[in-house]
Design a protein around this ligand. Structure first.
Ligand SMILES: [Zn+2]
Length: 424
């Protein structure tokens, strides 16, 4: 079973991106690894129960997801579904594009007096361009310039990459971007000898501001753990010892009491409909652009968190491919036709042992892989895809790595340049 976990930052938070002393940046979300580490330390401090500790943190029965910023408290989003914590917050896929000058989803732009020219997803078109052997340039025309127009003129700025996080309501027209608010803290170094300020040492840390809300999921492979864990989480947060991330001795990292609520996961029938909808949309667009499709079924895999994958020789994979799907998930005849992927070096701290974790390479969140498939498209095939989405991929899944969506509706529903210039 799965549950949502929503928590607020009660002091600034810092999650170092790199161990380099030159780096001051923080990750812009709460990583599952850090959340797990915070609960581990809180458990050690408050409870002397080895059996419970093992079940919570070592048995793999509880999976801690990343927590993404849910900043929809501005007035423009009052009375909208974006304030509704039932809806997930997800990374914006790498294939999203928006106006270079006035970027952003159009939803409620009028109310905030901000100009936002809209967002489109380019996956299907880039996929078709790749499938046309990169000959049909016409397909990509829609991705060159912003077509937003007001009474006087057309914007015509270039479209650019558009990243961060988003939440959508039940209907696609209710969609908004969320990003964590950050600032720089300047700190003095402390002398190890005297315990006072070390002259000449002054450094900056980027932090996520206090007073922000973060949204994520926790999975329980055994439902009996849910109540016990919720009591524990509430208890340690109320005592003020739930601390997350780096620089904890300097007053950073305090979390409020988390709200944890069960939710129903999508069933396999509804999943199948979604996968079919993507495939149909791609086939329809291919026809419109006269692209002959070499496969009968297409599905994209979109990373909702960083994924750490090893090949059979234990080397880090920098992309998903057909071999991986066959080797791990027994999906034959799937071929990677297009990808928009990034990589990231993952560092971390092992709270269990008080040691740094080995740095690893991950395929970064937001990466998108489009596959074409010729094998039997039957119930068994859909169930395998459903299984990938439910279980996730690669290593360290109980720390939030490897979450994916297959046939994410974002890829065919988000096209605010296609229709009108009305702001919803
Ligand atoms: Zn524009």
């Amino acid at each position: 079973m799965k549950a949502r976990l929503i928590v607020s930052s009660e002091s600034p938070l810092n999650f170092r991106v790199s161990r380099s002393t030159a780096s001051f940046e923080t990750l812009k979300y709460i990583p599952g690894t850090a959340l797990l580490g915070a609960f581990v330390v809180a458990h050690r401090k408050t409870r002397d129960n080895e059996t419970e500790f093992n079940r919570f943190f070592l048995s793999g029965e509880i999976g801690f997801g990343n927590l993404y910023p849910a900043n929809f408290q501005t007035d423009e989003f009052a009375n909208t579904e974006l304030r509704d914590n039932d809806q997930p917050v997800k990374p914006i896929p790498n294939t999203a594009r928006s106006c270079k000058r006035f970027n952003g989803f159009r939803f409620k732009a009028n109310e905030s007096d901000k100009e936002r020219h809209g967002v489109l997803d380019s996956l299907i078109d880039w996929g078709l361009f790749a499938l046309s052997q990169q000959k049909n340039i016409e397909i990509l025309k829609a991705h060159r310039n912003c077509t937003y127009a007001d009474d006087q003129s057309k914007c015509n700025e270039l479209l650019d990459v558009f990243s961060s996080f988003y939440r959508r309501g039940e209907e696609i027209n209710q969609i908004g971007k969320s990003e964590a608010k950050t600032r720089l803290l300047t700190r003095t170094g402390i002398s190890r000898e005297t315990g006072t300020v070390q002259e000449g040492i002054l450094y900056n840390r980027e932090v996520l501001n206090e007073g922000q809300s973060f949204w994520g999921t926790v999975s329980f492979s055994n439902e009996s753990l849910y109540d016990i864990f919720c009591d524990f989480a509430e208890d340690v947060a109320e005592k003020g010892i739930l601390r997350v991330g780096n620089n904890l001795t300097r007053g950073l990292g305090k979390l409020g009491v988390p709200q944890i609520q069960k939710f129903d996961i999508e069933d396999s029938e509804s999943f199948k409909k979604r996968a079919d909808a993507f495939n149909e949309k791609l086939h329809t667009k291919a026809k419109a652009h006269c692209v002959d499709l070499p496969h009968q079924f297409y599905f994209p895999i979109t990373l909702q968190s960083d994924a750490i994958l090893l090949d059979p020789l234990l080397r880090y994979q920098t992309a998903l491919d057909g071999d991986y799907l066959y080797r791990v998930w027994d999906i034959a005849d799937a071929k990677l036709v297009y990808q928009n992927a990034g990589q990231r070096r993952v560092i971390g701290w092992n709270a269990l042992f008080g040691l740094p974790k080995v740095a690893e390479w991950a395929i970064s969140m937001g990466s998108v892989f489009l596959f074409g498939c010729d094998g039997a498209i039957n119930d068994h095939f859909y169930l395998k895809l459903y299984d990938i989405e439910q279980k996730g991929i690669g290593k360290r899944r109980t720390e939030g790595f490897g979450k994916v969506t297959i046939a994410d509706a974002f890829h065919w529903e988000v096209n605010e340049y296609e229709s009108t210039n009305e702001n919803p």
